[in-house]
Every structure is written in C-alpha cells, then in structure tokens.
Ligand binder design. Structure first.
Ligand SMILES: Nc1ncnc2c1ncn2[C@@H]1O[C@H](COP(=O)(O)OP(=O)(O)OP(=O)(O)O)[C@@H](O)[C@H]1O
Ligand SMILES: [Mg+2]
Length: 298
C-alpha cells in the first residue's frame, strides 16, 4: 500500500488556483519533500492531505483513507507540524501535550510516558513546567513537534518546521525528523530551503503556481536540469584555451573558469595540452540553481 495517493488534486479560491491538478504518490517509509517558492501551493496541499481544507476536485488517499470521506480515520493516522504554532499560552509545556493527548483519546499513562520520552528527546523535559507563553520560538516549535508525535502517527506532515529557527535548533529538528524516518515513519516535508530538501528527502516534488513541475530524487533532478557544468582550473603557465567542447568564462593569468557540456571530453582534451594542470575543480550545480531555473519559468 502507498502511504499517500494523490490524483489530479485541485483547490481553487475563486480565481486563485492554489493547487492546480497535482498527482503523486508517497511510498511507505519515504521522506518526501515539497519544494517551492512562496505561494506555490505547498501549505494548501498539506492542508488538504491533513483534512484541514477540502479540495475543489480530485482525490487524495492518506494511509488508505479518503481525505474527504474518511477524515476521521485519516486524522487518526497522521501528525501535523504546521508553520503556524498551535499552543495554549497559559498552559505549561506538559499541560499542552496532555491537553492534545486527550483530544486523541489517549490513555493517561501512555500519554505521560510518551510525553516524557518526546520532551527528553527534544531537550525540553527540564522545561516541562514552563508556561508556553514564556518559551522561545524554537522551543515552541519543538513542543509543536512533540504534540504532533504524541499519538505515534504513521505519517508526519511538516510544513516549513524550521522557519525562523536558529541553525542549531534547525539542525536538531532535522536530525530528529530524519531519525523518525529511519525508524519507519513516512515524512512529508515542505520547505523553500533547497539544501534542506536536498539533504533530507528521498524524493522531491518541485511545485510552482499550483503545479508539480518536477518530481524525482535530488540527484536525478540535478542531472535532469543540468546541461552544462562549470569547471575551474589552474595551469602551470597561461596558455590559450581553444577547445570546441568548452567556453571560457573567466581567465586571470593561469586561472581559468570554463563552461562545458561534456565534462569527460573536456578533461581529456585538457590532458592533451602541453602544460601541467595544477588543480581542477568541477562545481556540481545545486538544487538551488535548478529551483531558480524552474521558478523563473525557464
Ligand atoms: N484561505 C485562502 N483563501 C484564499 N486564497 C488562499 C487561501 N489559502 C491560500 N491561498 C492562496 O493560494 C496560493 C497558495 O498558497 P499556499 O499557502 O499554499 O502557498 P505556499 O506554497 O505554502 O507558500 P509559502 O511558501 O509562502 O508558505 C496563494 O496564492 C495564496 O494566496
Ligand atoms: Mg506555506
């Protein structure tokens, strides 16, 4: 069984096509990323899959249940960490968790054990009696994550969970989510940070203006969208580079930066020159380059 099946899903707000016919599957145990610029339709897609909003048309099945017809069953299988923090200011960290745990109909004992386990893992157990209003943004987000995980969901949705957090907290959250995934949890993660998608996800759907414009592993996406590579190198002495497999972008003394469509051939040709190569470096394009290309409409 697939963890998620989405077919021609649409959500229109009057003339705004927030989600405009997306189709994709998420495998069980997969770390699936949604990458796209502001307003691309990431949150709307997540909101439909987590039953917070109804699609205009199309179909979405989450953990075997239809998001429109079987909302309740879907909700019992999933956790959501949204970009909006959902906590009660006047309750303490622990009280917040227990409050939400009761909503999930959890037993008190199981709830307490699980709350302690999660808060400990997220370095928050010491702060369990602090009022939510007195927590920092990062701490609040961690409580949010603990809250989503309390009922041990099969699928965890995270909508830009690291937004506004410092690099250390960001890393901790990423590592934590990665570990959950390694333990078998299916993860759907939205971000507009490309390196984040690149390092975390098994597959990434790039979404723009409500449509999926590309869906593949980060590695394949890079391959798919790179026609040329940039190579930097230094020779022992300056010579004129006149090869038809490359174009010189920059040359200062014996330093060169060239662009090539055929890296292996270029390296071979370079080796034939009557001068030694001091160093050579090829920069792999980042997912960022690809993203800018796609979002730019190229
Ligand atoms: N409740 C709503 N009513 C009207 N329009 C909406 C509503 N929610 C979203 N939209 C519109 O749908 C489009 C997609 O929004 P969405 O929040 O899904 O984007 P996003 O990819 O999550 O962007 P961001 O990176 O900024 O969070 C936007 O044009 C937005 O204005
Ligand atoms: Mg969003």
């Amino acid at each position: 069984m697939k963890a998620i099946e989405v077919r021609d899903l649409k959500k229109y707000y009057r003339e705004v096509k927030a989600v405009d016919g997306v189709t994709f599957d998420v495998e069980e145990g997969e770390f699936f990323g949604f990458l796209g610029p502001n307003g691309a339709g990431k949150s709307t897609t997540i909101r439909i899959l987590t039953t917070l909003t109804r699609p205009t048309s199309g179909k979405a099945v989450v953990a075997g249940y239809d998001v429109v017809k079987d909302g309740k069953q879907v909700r019992s299988k999933i956790g959501l960490v949204s970009d909006k923090l959902i906590l009660y200011d006047r309750l303490t960290v622990l009280e917040n968790l227990l409050f939400f745990g009761r909503l999930y109909n959890m037993e008190k004992k199981t709830m307490m054990e699980r709350a302690e386990e999660l808060l400990t893992m997220l370095d928050l157990w010491e702060r369990r009696n602090t009022q939510a209003s007195k927590l920092s943004t990062g701490m609040k987000q961690k409580v949010n994550i603990a809250r989503a995980l309390l009922p041990r969901p099969e699928i965890l949705f995270l909508d830009e969970p690291t937004i506004g957090l410092d690099p250390i907290t960001t890393r901790k959250i990423r590592d934590f989510v990665k570990r959950l995934n390694e333990e078998g949890m299916t993860i759907v993660y939205t971000t507009h940070l490309l390196h984040e998608a690149e390092t975390l996800c098994d597959r990434v759907a790039i979404i723009n203006k409500g449509k999926i414009v590309a869906l593949d592993t980060p590695r394949n996406l890079k391959r798919l969208f790179t026609e040329r590579e940039v190579v930097e190198f230094e020779l022992e002495r300056p010579v004129e580079i006149n090869l038809d497999c490359c174009r010189v972008l920059e040359n200062v003394g014996n330093y060169y930066k060239v662009e090539t469509t055929d890296l292996s051939r270029f390296v071979e040709e370079l080796g034939k020159l009557p001068v030694k190569v001091r160093y050579i470096k090829s920069e792999e394009p980042s997912l960022e380059d690809i993203f800018v290309k796609i979002a730019g409409g190229e």
